[in-house]
Design a protein around this ligand. Structure first.
Ligand code: ZN
Length: 107
């Protein structure tokens, strides 16, 4: 379905060709993702799409979770390094192996 509206509000989209808002027409092609514009002043037509930000937010969230998990692991490793002189080799080995398991399980 295609609908057409004439832009009268001066704050609306300006024509990318002549920078004027007078005579600019928005043709809503597939709202809310895409709209097309047309300028009766210079004859330019254009289309603007809105990128769905969700995949990027999901990726950013995953990256932050990975960083948080890695930082937590790093803190445990530092703590273990400080305790190392006070614990037995077996315990040190076991705890290092446990940390290695956690590192492998990082998201
Ligand atoms: Zn124009």
């Amino acid at each position: 379905m295609t609908t057409s509206t004439t832009v009268t509000d001066p704050h609306d989209e300006a024509c990318p060709g002549c920078r004027k808002t007078v005579g600019v027409r928005q043709v809503l092609a597939t709202p809310p993702g895409v709209y097309e514009g047309a300028c009766s002043g210079c004859g330019m037509g254009w289309a603007i799409t809105t990128v769905n930000p969700q995949p990027y937010l999901d990726r950013l969230t995953a990256a932050v979770e990975r960083l948080t998990a890695a930082r937590s692991l790093s803190r445990r490793l530092h703590a273990l390094a400080e305790e190392a002189p006070m614990i037995t080799n077996e315990e040190l080995r076991d705890r290092l192996l446990a940390l290695a398991d956690r590192a492998r399980a990082l998201p």
